[in-house]
Ligand binder design. Structure first.
Ligand code: SF4
Length: 588
């Protein structure tokens, strides 16, 4: 399908479409002129994104777009289109196969509103950092625009907004339950998780003239028939939309089941809504060789040239960082990762990460610092489950204690960091993505090495709270573990003669958290002389177990818990921690 474009770089070929030498555009086109330069008379796939197009593997549209090109498809990106008319979507013409939609790297409502539902004034994923470049509920709006622009073109939703809203979910910003975003967006299919396999299956099926929706598309949700699922497949019936609407506790049941589903390689889930069946197919994360192939594609690590050098804050922050793995064993109940990427850690090889570091050194803007080698939790690189995750009954690999089957050699991470630092042209390597402190305590050599060589003055740690009642619901380790970590960290800093700090991330007003709990936390901080800056008032994010707790006012076992629901209650607890009285607009 790919014609031979000008200004290209050769990459590994793709077996799936029989192309042995795909020529990769320097950047994916955003205009007809760029298509002409590539010799493309039409696109196969149009990706519409709520983020600016930054050609970096941390940006989903760039990652999936290049992945599709690698497999022989012609892909263009429309980033942050004007949503008052469909005109921006038509600049590259009707794509041959389908349009993919993502709201961007974060849910568009979270991007726009604070924990107290106030409008944010900036947007890190937009040129100039300005707010207002994407609409509220961007997935719905973009899907509507595509329908106006291209009648009957198949539409596939993806990205975190769609992923976490794939079944009935609680929407904090309207304080209501909403049905699957697939139905509200009147789209054909939704891909959850990282979606490389799913989007390729969709493209291949449409190219081959097959119907889009099929149980064989991995990591997908679509309206279909249970009878069409493979014979003998494991099928879990989730509470229906109507059952959840009628009984808040059913939201918890459904959310826990979705969280577990992401671990199961062969299981289907079915969620009925308005007499239709939403089929959710098994996840299919990439293997190490596939991740290696994906991440070594020739990303420019720059915003698209059409932005004419305007700064995009998120792009600047991650420009020279390396994503070493996906997934996190933590299973923290407030985190969207549990339902999106899941707890199975998938890691890139050392060779692939080194190749990326080497490629960075020839970048004209690289000054020698690799800002991060990590993932959701840096010290989980290389982790594996030595049992069968598919039959796992735990909701966290870390809580209430580290599972004996969670196998990770953290010193391999140190070896990796050392090797990256030894690459010609690299002067410093940092771990900016944060480490899991209970895991780090398992190996004194790990913490020593991190403190000596890879902390740039501050190490991010996320205890989130210090009271056991609250931590248990967060699935986070207790105060004694955090204090032990702080003692070891201080001792290692002293031994290394380095003045460095732990930056604790904390959450106020979590479900079951009361003013009494907040006072305990505030007192503990005061005793240490800490004035925390990284305090987030709890936001119940769609699709998380914590959101189900917040909405249903129960813990995962169904026991009633107190929940601060009004902004006044939440703000009071939030400012107990900050040691300030609320005046005017809250900060977050
Ligand atoms: S068995 Fe242990 S390591 Fe494996 S998925 Fe379950 S909790 Fe995680």
């Amino acid at each position: 399908m790919c014609s031979l474009p000008e200004k290209t770089e050769k990459t590994d070929g793709s077996k799936s479409c029989g192309v042995s030498d795909v020529l990769m555009p320097r950047v994916l086109p955003m205009s007809r002129w760029e298509m002409d330069q590539l010799g493309w008379d039409e696109l196969d796939v149009l990706l519409v994104s709520g983020d600016a197009y930054v050609d970096h593997p941390s940006f989903g549209a760039a990652l999936l777009g290049r992945w599709l090109v690698l497999h022989g498809y012609r892909v263009g990106i429309v980033a942050q289109p004007n949503w008052k008319s469909p005109d921006d979507l038509t600049v590259m013409g009707r794509p041959k196969l389908f349009a993919g939609v993502t709201a961007g790297a974060i849910d568009s409502m979270l991007a726009h509103y604070t924990a107290f539902r106030k409008k944010r004034h900036d947007d890190a994923y937009t040129p100039g950092g300005r707010a207002g470049a994407r609409p509220n509920r961007a997935s719905l709006v973009y899907a509507g625009l595509i329908k106006q622009a291209f009648k009957k073109l198949p539409i596939v939703l993806g990205g975190i907004e769609a992923s976490l809203r794939r079944i009935t979910h609680y929407d904090f910003w309207t304080d209501k339950l909403r049905r699957s975003i697939l139905i509200d967006a009147k789209s054909d299919m939704l891909l959850y998780g990282m979606a490389e396999r799913g989007i390729l299956a969709v493209a291949d099926r449409l190219r081959d003239g097959l119907s889009l929706c099929a149980p064989s598309v991995p990591g997908a949700a679509y309206i279909g028939k249970v009878d069409d699922l493979p014979a003998g497949a494991t099928v879990e019936q989730l509470p229906s939309h109507e059952e959840i609407m009628g009984d808040p506790a059913k939201l918890m049941t459904a959310t826990l089941a979705m969280e577990a589903h992401v671990l199961h390689a062969n299981a289907y889930s079915v969620h009925d809504v308005e007499n239709r069946s939403l089929i959710i197919t098994p996840p299919a994360p990439l293997s190490t060789p596939e991740l290696d192939k994906l991440y070594t594609l020739p990303f420019t690590r720059q915003p698209h040239p059409s932005y004419k050098g305007l700064k995009i804050p998120a792009a600047d922050m991650i420009r020279f960082s390396i994503n070493s793995h996906r997934g996190c064993g933590g299973g923290c109940s407030f985190c969207t990762l549990a339902g999106h990427q899941g707890r199975t850690v998938r890691s890139r090889s050392t060779e692939s990460i080194l190749a990326e570091a080497e490629s960075m050194t020839s970048h004209p803007d690289f000054k020698g610092s690799v800002s991060d080698v990590g993932g959701p939790t840096a010290n989980m690189w290389g982790a594996e489950c030595s049992a069968d995750p598919g039959s796992c009954k735990r909701d966290s690999c870390m809580f209430p204690g580290i599972c004996p089957h969670f196998a990770v050699d953290q010193m391999r991470h140190i070896e990796l960091l050392n090797k990256v630092r030894d690459v010609d042209g690299v002067k410093h390597v940092r771990v900016a993505s944060g480490i899991r402190h209970d895991l780090a305590l398992k190996d004194a050599r790990y913490l020593r090495a991190i403190v000596r060589d890879f902390v740039g003055g501050q190490l991010k740690i996320a205890p989130e709270h210090l009271c056991d009642d609250v931590l248990k619901l967060m699935r986070k380790p207790g105060l004694e573990v955090f204090e032990k970590f702080l003692d070891r960290f201080d001792a290692e800093c002293l031994a290394a003669d380095k003045r460095q700090f732990v930056i604790p991330y904390l959450i106020s007003a979590f479900p079951a958290c009361t003013p009494g709990h907040m006072k305990q936390l505030a007192d503990w901080l005061a005793r240490r002389g800490w004035r925390p800056e990284q305090v987030q008032c709890f936001i119940p994010l769609p699709g998380t177990v914590a959101a189900a707790m917040y909405y249903a006012e129960i813990d995962p076992s169904g026991n009633p818990i107190p929940v601060a629901r009004t902004d006044a209650e939440r703000m009071k607890m939030h400012y107990m921690l900050l040691g300030e009285k609320p005046k005017g607009k809250p900060r977050r």
